[in-house]
Design a protein around this ligand. Structure first.
Ligand code: TGC
Ligand code: FAD
Length: 403
């Protein structure tokens, strides 16, 4: 006896109809970005990944869509809601984490500190051009020897007359090699006087044309290949007095930027996972083994159902964080909760989806292994899953277990 197939009763991609709760503007933005990605990115992204390139010329196109610094106010930025920003991150990362990374770094890590802590002159000089995608930014916090513990950084900014002189090396910097301006975090003063807790850390705007500044590409990544990752070297980079961001001092400066970018990842990871789930569902319906579509086997259905459940739970979490953020009631620990859960579950969904494709799942003919590899970086950057566990552990117990 053959089993009859019936049309699905629920939308397999949104069992609870959670997207219906977005406003009309948010749904319009979702559809606009989805359409852009379908036409402009999906036909090429496998090739970009394979060749290890990020097409810099896409920046003005993202700018024209109003996606760069979209959650910031003024200076050409759209002042969109947190939910709208999240939806955009989700749709971009449904194509590739590298594309979402570009937008996260530009808007949340480079434009946000200028907007929040910059002088009026710094805002005028950079924000409109960055919103249009005519100038690209990067964010230099991590160093080779200081990743999870950025307060230990060795980069310094020493006064010389009214100038600043920066020395140090930053590592793993997204957009580094294509940036026009780097937001560089450094101890103020000489290295032997640097505060161990980072309370003397300041942010500096370093134009890529500055003498003594160079970006070296980090090669041979097998994750986030459609994204530029660089080492930034600063050798006696002399900058004018007004290169420093006047509005913040200490680790609160860089860490507050991370809240913005981590929030985008909470949504973005769902996009990558959705693409993998969708690819696995389609494959399972058409792949026949033992005389039946593999979608008709109980174990395959259990895998698909678990993926769909985690996608819905992740979306509920992201939407709740969006509402908290719009109400200015979000705490960094809330963002850690979302980043930890959604990236961990997205990676699990991608790995499970890969098994449904069998051998086909290991090729770039399908998007799954690309997303899976990308999410290994997403699990590590913007605070590793272990660091977010410890942030939440401290929030729950009151005890710090970092050192
Ligand atoms: P701690 O002593 O706890 O705090 C120092 C000061 O910072 C404040 N603070 C925060 N402020 C805003 N937002 C947050 N999330 C904050 N966390 C801490 C804190 O209130 C204090 O302020 P004040 O005014 O009292 O001095 O800080 P700590 O140095 O002990 O660090 C704690 C820890 C381990 C959680 C932190 O270092 C951390 O988050 N480490 C992970 C590092 C990280 O996430 N790096 C990311 C680099 S950028 C990146 O990966 C970009 S990938 C981009 C892409 O391609 O998408
Ligand atoms: P480490 O800090 O050396 O950690 C190694 C392992 O030890 C991890 O599992 C970690 O969780 C664990 N660990 C560390 N401390 C503890 C502890 N106290 N308790 C338990 N476990 C612990 N940085 C930027 O500044 N700007 C960027 O644009 C940027 N882009 C990136 C792009 C990519 C593709 C990647 C991969 C990284 C990027 N980073 C960027 C760097 C990223 O933020 C760091 O890799 C991350 O913070 C972790 O640092 P680390 O790699 O040095 O690992």
């Amino acid at each position: 006896m053959t089993t009859a197939t019936r049309p699905p009763i629920l939308d397999p991609l949104d069992l609870l109809g959670l997207d219906d709760e977005f406003s009309g503007d948010e749904r319009l933005l979702r559809d606009t970005v989805r359409d852009f990605v379908r036409k402009r990115v999906l036909p090429h992204v496998g090739d970009w990944f394979e060749r290890g390139i990020f097409p810099k010329e896409i920046a003005p196109e993202l700018g024209a869509l109003g996606l760069l610094g979209m959650h910031l106010e003024g200076y050409g930025c759209a002042g969109a809601s947190a939910t709208a920003y999240g939806v955009v991150c989700r749709e971009l990362e449904a194509a590739d984490s590298g594309l979402r990374s570009f937008v996260s770094v530009q808007g949340s890590l480079a434009m946000f500190p200028i907007s929040a802590y910059g002088s009026e002159e710094q805002k005028q000089a950079w924000l409109p051009a960055m919103a249009r995608g005519e100038a690209i930014g990067c964010f230099g916090l991590t160093e080779w020897d200081f990743g999870s513990e950025p307060a230990g950084m060795r980069t310094t900014a020493r006064r010389d007359g009214s100038d600043w002189v920066l020395n140090g090396t930053k590592a793993w910097i997204t957009n580094g090699g294509i940036a026009d301006v780097a937001v560089v975090w450094a101890h103020e003063g000489a290295r032997d006087q640097a505060a161990a807790d980072g309370s003397d850390v300041r942010g500096f705007l370093v134009p890529a044309t500055t003498k003594g500044f160079r970006a070296n590409t980090i090669e041979r990544k097998i994750s986030l290949r459609a994204s530029v990752t660089s080492e930034l070297v600063l050798e006696d980079c002399r900058l004018p007095a007004d290169a420093m961001l006047p509005g913040v001092r200490g680790m609160r400066g860089p860490l507050s930027c991370l809240n913005e970018a981590r929030y985008g990842i909470v949504w973005g990871a769902l996009g990558a996972a959705r693409t993998c789930y969708e690819a696995a569902l389609e494959y399972a319906k058409s792949r026949v083994q033992f005389g039946k579509p593999i979608a008709s086997f109980q174990i395959t259905q259990q895998k698909l159902v678990n993926m769909a459940l985690e996608l819905q739970k992740g979306q509920l979490l992201a939407s709740k964080l969006g509402r908290l953020k719009d109400a200015h009631a979000i705490a960094p620990q809330h963002v850690s909760l979302g980043k930890l859960n959604n990236v961990r579950e997205a990676l699990a969904i991608c790995r499970e989806a890969r098994t449904i494709l069998g051998a086909s799942g290991v090729t770039l003919e399908y998007p799954i292994i690309r997303h899976m590899n990308n999410l290994e970086s997403v699990l590590t950057y913007e605070g590793t899953s272990e660091i977010h566990t410890l942030i939440l552990g401290q929030a729950i117990t009151g005890h710090s277990a970092f050192s």
